[in-house]
Design a protein around this ligand. Structure first.
Ligand SMILES: [Zn+2]
Length: 254
C-alpha cells in the first residue's frame, strides 16, 4: 500500500481511521491510548478497507457486534486473517492443549488480542468448541467451531452467564485455576446431547469482561440421530457455501 501509520490520542472508543493523501499514499491513524495488540488489529482493519475497497462506516463503536455494518464485519474478518493466518494459526490450535492458557500463549505469540485469538481458536478447533465474550455478566458474542455449529450448539447473545458457572464465579472474584467441568444445558439452548463439557475462563476486571472457552472432549459428544429428511438434504442437497469451489477438485490441474 505504501502507507504510513500515525499514532494519535483519539476519543475513547475510537480505534482509528485512514485516508488517501493527495500524493496517492495512504495514512492510517491509530489511537495510541489503546494497547499495542489492539492498535495492530486497527491497522489491519484499515488495510482491509483499502484492499477490499470497502468504504468505512465507523458511526457505530466497534464493540457493538450486533449493530456492526456488514462492511465493517468483513474488514474485521480480513484483519483477523492477517494477524492470525489460517495456515500458521490452525496447526498451533491443533497442537494446543484446550484451555485459556493456550489462548493466552497464542495471543502473545501472534501479538494479537485475547478476543481475536480466542475467537479464531474456537472457530478453528477440531472439538465442539465456543469462545464466549461477556460484558457486565451478559453474553455479547460467541465464536463457534464448525462442528459445534453443525451440532446446533447455540449460546444466545444477551443471556446472563449461567448462575454458579465457573465464569459467573470468576466474575464475582474467584481466581480461576484451569479448566473445570460444566453443565452443557446451562450454556446451550435446547441442548440434548451427551458428553462432558469443559469450561475455562478469564475475567478482565477493568472492563468487566468475561472470556469463556467451552469445549467437549474429542469424540465425547456423539452425533445425534438425524431425521431421514435431514439426512437426505445433507447427503444429496446443496452443501453450505464456504467459498471453496467443489471443482475442479483438490488436485491442481494445468
Ligand atoms: Zn472500518
Amino acid at each position: 500500500m505504501g502507507g504510513t501509520i500515525k499514532k494519535e490520542a483519539l476519543n475513547d472508543g475510537e480505534d482509528g481511521w485512514s485516508f488517501r493523501a493527495s500524493n496517492g499514499k495512504y495514512k492510517i491513524c491509530v489511537n495510541c491510548n489503546q494497547n499495542g495488540k489492539r492498535q495492530r488489529f486497527t491497522v489491519c482493519h484499515e488495510v482491509a478497507h483499502v484492499v477490499l475497497d470497502i468504504a468505512p462506516d465507523h458511526s457505530q463503536p466497534s464493540w457493538s457486534f450486533g449493530k456492526r455494518p456488514q462492511g465493517e464485519i468483513l474488514c474485521d474478518t480480513f484483519a483477523a486473517e492477517l494477524l492470525l493466518p489460517y495456515k500458521l494459526f490452525k496447526p498451533q490450535v491443533d497442537m494446543a492443549e484446550m484451555g485459556m492458557a493456550a489462548v493466552g500463549t497464542l495471543a502473545d505469540d501472534f501479538d494479537a488480542s485475547l478476543l481475536a485469538t480466542g475467537s479464531r481458536f474456537a472457530a478453528f478447533s477440531k472439538n465442539l468448541c465456543a469462545f464466549v465474550v461477556s460484558e457486565g455478566g451478559k453474553v455479547r458474542y460467541s465464536a463457534r467451531s464448525s462442528s459445534l455449529r453443525e451440532a446446533k450448539g447455540w449460546i444466545r447473545p444477551g443471556s446472563l452467564l449461567p448462575n454458579g458457572s465457573y465464569s459467573a464465579r470468576a466474575r464475582s472474584g474467584e481466581k480461576p485455576s484451569g479448566p473445570e467441568e460444566a453443565e452443557a444445558d446451562e450454556w446451550f439452548d435446547d441442548w440434548n446431547r451427551d458428553g462432558g463439557l469443559f469450561e475455562d475462563v478469564l475475567h478482565v476486571e477493568q472492563w468487566d469482561q468475561t472470556l469463556t472457552l467451552l469445549w467437549f472432549e474429542e469424540d465425547d459428544a456423539p452425533p445425534p440421530r438425524i431425521e431421514r429428511k435431514q439426512w437426505e438434504e445433507q447427503t444429496y442437497g446443496l452443501r453450505e457455501l464456504d467459498g471453496n469451489l467443489p471443482w475442479p477438485g483438490r488436485r491442481k490441474r494445468r
